[in-house]
Design a binder for this molecule. Structure first.
Ligand SMILES: [Zn+2]
Length: 181
């Protein structure tokens, strides 16, 4: 969605150079009421471990063979760890136990910033409607993809002394803007 009008006075927004920031051009109200900062949005990602194996899930909107980490956005008022536990419960019915930060990764293509966690989970898997399939993969058999959450997976593997071999699977379907983060 592109914002076109000032939310204060409804004037059409214009591209304006911001003198205070080295002339960076931003969409803004011509009368200075409002600026569309367009800052990156944090997205949470969970590398979920269930009884020693890693859970990969396939989103209904993705092509077959594309499996990835559990991801979601934060809600106001929750910590990232609470957000990860909530998303995990909503999308898989699993309960989060130990939650540890893997790292923070760029996802410039979608103007997002990935905060990736390793989550030890327990319970029975019941997928939400967003997800259509899942796999449980032994850590040494993981093949990360060369993009945001794939780099998190690779770092997690390296920290355990596992060899990392990236997959060459296409990471984004060309007709949609909903590829794997
Ligand atoms: Zn205005």
């Amino acid at each position: 969605m592109t914002i076109q009008y000032c939310p204060m006075c409804a004037a059409p927004l214009v591209m304006r150079a911001d003198a205070a920031e080295g002339g960076k051009v931003r969409l803004a109200c011509p009368d200075g009421h409002w600026t569309h900062w367009d800052n990156p949005l944090p997205v949470l990602a969970a590398l979920v471990e269930l009884e020693g194996r890693i859970l990969l899930a396939r989103n209904a909107a993705w092509p077959e063979k594309m499996f990835a980490l559990i991801t979601g956005f934060m809600e106001r008022g929750e910590t990232p760890e609470q957000g990860v536990a909530r998303e995990l419960k909503e999308e898989t019915n699993l309960d989060a136990g130990d939650i540890k930060l893997i790292g923070v990764y760029e996802f410039i293509r979608k103007n997002e910033l990935i905060i990736a966690y390793h989550v030890k989970a327990s319970g029975e898997i019941r997928l939400s409607e967003e997800l259509v399939d899942y796999r449980l993969v032994a850590p040494e058999k993981l093949r990360p993809w060369p993009s945001g959450t794939g780099y998190a997976m690779a770092d997690w593997m390296r920290a355990r002394g596992l060899p990392v071999e990236f997959t060459d699977l296409p990471i984004q379907s060309p007709s949609r803007n909903n590829g794997i983060p």
